[in-house]
Design a protein around this ligand. Structure first.
Ligand code: IMP
Ligand code: MG
Length: 178
């Protein structure tokens, strides 16, 4: 495991995103739609950097299973508790890779007629993008590679690391076998 983004670097990006959102919405009320589970760590830090009136709700979709590449299929595991009609919604994601999860999710949310719908993602991976869905607020852009920490998991582990690390599952297996 090699550290890619330090705790301080992440905190600076989160603070910048919070300022951008606060500037854009001013005194409008925002609903953060937090995509479980990966975005929960980021979202709780982000929410505290936003100065607008703010509510939070959670949605849970699953796209990867135990794999490290996208299947293109997503399953809704938990829906929102809130009616988003007429609300200013910001979807908070941990990481966007192919963009397929986000595309299906935003199409689904648009049907509920929010006043506005924007996307905020801590990380945007560029190499495998298959959609044109715009990321309105992006913390960190990277090309490719599987990463863990700060909410991001591999098989549900490592979400609690406070920095972000590159991770190679084949190396982990090799070490485990040794
Ligand atoms: P997409 O549909 O390919 O954009 O995949 C997005 C989802 O896959 C994210 O919300 C993450 O949950 C997961 N994901 C994508 N890349 C990574 C990674 O490098 N580490 C951990 N999870 C990832
Ligand atoms: Mg996710």
């Amino acid at each position: 495991m090699k550290q890619l983004y330090s705790k301080d670097y992440i905190a600076r990006q989160v603070s910048r995103l919070g300022s951008e959102i606060s500037q854009d919405y001013q005194n409008e009320e925002i609903l953060l739609v937090i995509v479980l589970k990966g975005a929960m760590v980021f979202a709780t830090d982000l929410a505290r950097q936003i100065t607008c009136p703010l509510a939070m709700d959670f949605i849970c979709v699953s796209s990867y299973g135990g794999q490290t590449t996208s299947t293109g299929k997503i399953t809704f595991k938990k829906d929102l508790d809130t009616d988003i009609q007429g609300k200013h919604v910001i979807v908070v994601e941990d990481i966007i890779d192919t963009g397929l999860t986000l595309q299906v999710l935003t199409q689904h949310l648009q049907l509920r007629k929010p006043a506005s719908l924007k996307i905020c993602s801590l990380i945007s991976k560029q190499k495998h993008r298959k959609t044109s869905t715009k990321v309105d607020y992006c913390g960190i852009t990277m090309d490719d590679g599987f990463i863990i920490g700060y909410g991001l998991d591999y098989n549900e582990l490592y979400r609690n690391l406070d920095a972000i690390y590159t991770f190679d599952p084949s190396q982990q297996l090799a070490q485990g076998d040794a």
